[in-house]
Write a protein of this length. Structure first.
Length: 77
């Protein structure tokens, strides 16, 4: 399963836009410089009271479809 590591830093207000369906895709910059997109609904499992901040691993199918989002490190940059 292909993976890419990303840094996410989203405020509580930004996350609310995703929850309310105003935004369908999250765009992020991978640690290797690539630009990636994944479904906003993936944030539901990782958002906290203050939003989302930290390093995450995106996993994709062989066809490039989103499969999972998992925290790999907290916000110490």
């Amino acid at each position: 399963m292909p993976c890419v590591d990303i840094w996410l830093s989203l405020t509580r207000e930004q996350c609310l836009e995703y929850y309310q369906g105003q935004v369908q895709q999250v765009y992020a910059r991978a640690m290797d410089g690539r630009r990636v997109a994944f479904p906003a609904k993936a944030l539901h499992k990782v958002v906290g009271n203050d939003g989302v901040e930290g390093y995450y691993r995106l996993s994709f199918s062989g066809e490039g479809r989103f499969e999972s989002l998992m925290r790999i490190r907290n916000s110490e940059r």
